[in-house]
Design a protein around this ligand. Structure first.
Ligand code: SAM
Length: 284
């Protein structure tokens, strides 16, 4: 349901400091956590995810390691609360594997433009902001900004205008309706990426406040990383990568001069990993 991205690279870098206590801030289905627990039989992992359904699957996937992990349903922006609940003031490393899992893309929550579903896109169904609200209530200017910044879409203005004109007639209820509106202003050309790809990414990032959560969380890791503690981040978006690069350069000793990218073989096996970039740093 989800092939972990840069699995060996990320976990080897994290465990390279010989620690025992790691935080997987995006435990998802437990792929990276599983490898940490397998590779280092002394390790204990605190796993965080904001998606309660993913956590259920992680529990199942990690059942061989009972007693060596604890799972928390939380936003990683609140990692300080999680660690205090665990009674911890210091850890050996943090792992972030950002974005959505294949499991989430396939679950009926409107993440994918390839199916017609309600506009939702919440990773955590208990939160209130949905894609419906963003698409139907945000001003034209806000929509344009999100689509341009988060989607890096040059036709942001045109798309935002089309959304506002369409919703003036009747609310936009489903992903299928949104795709039609996008295609009415940017035709799909064979062999190119689908014009809805970037718009959906942008709306998802807004609904889940992804950049804001990442920035908050990165800053909080500094309160808990021991000297020699490591931070490993896999990102899928240039704004995330820029944030991570700057954070590591400012606060840590970089362990990756250039970001680590998936090999051509990785991409062939798992096309979803093509834009992944891994950066790591160590507290000195
Ligand atoms: C790419 S998946 C991680 C997959 C995982 N490494 C594995 O091997 O199964 C990203 C996960 O991060 C979670 N996530 C994204 N943003 C989050 C946040 N702010 N707080 C907590 N979890 C978050 C998503 O719900 C998703 O399950």
């Amino acid at each position: 349901m989800h092939v972990p991205v840069l699995l060996e690279e990320a976990t080897d870098l994290l465990l390279g400091n010989g620690g025992r206590l790691y935080v997987d801030c995006t435990v998802g289905l437990g792929g990276h956590t599983r490898r940490i627990l397998e590779k280092n039989p002394q390790a204990f992992v605190i796993g965080i995810d904001r998606d309660p359904y993913a956590l259920e699957l992680a529990k199942e996937n990690l059942k061989d390691f009972e007693g060596r992990y604890s799972l928390y349903h939380a936003n990683f922006a609140d990692l300080d609360e999680v660690l205090r609940t665990e009674g911890l003031s210091e850890v050996d490393g943090f792992l972030f594997d950002l974005g959505v899992s294949m499991y989430q893309l396939k679950s009926p929550r409107g993440f994918s433009f390839q199916r017609d579903e309600r506009l939702d896109m919440r990773m955590n169904p208990e939160e209130s902001l949905t894609a419906y609200e963003v698409v139907n209530k945000y001003s034209e200017k806000e929509l344009e900004r999100i689509i341009r910044e988060y989607g890096e879409e040059p036709y942001a203005k045109r798309i935002a205008r089309a959304i506002v004109l369409a919703r003036a007639k009747e609310p936009i209820e489903t992903t299928g309706e949104l795709v039609k509106i996008i295609l009415s202003v940017i035709p799909y050309r064979r062999g190119r990426i689908h014009p809805a790809t970037k718009v959906f990414q942008a709306i998802r990032m807004e609904v889940n406040k992804e950049l804001q959560s990442l920035e908050t969380a990165l800053n909080k890791t500094l309160d808990f990383l021991r000297i020699g503690g490591r931070l490993v981040v896999i990102s899928f978006h240039s704004l995330e990568d820029r944030l991570v690069k700057h954070f590591i350069k400012t606060h840590l000793k970089p362990l990756t001069k250039k970001p680590i990218r998936p090999t051509m073989e990785d991409v062939r096996r798992n096309p979803a990993c093509r834009s992944a970039k891994l950066r790591a740093g160590e507290r000195v």
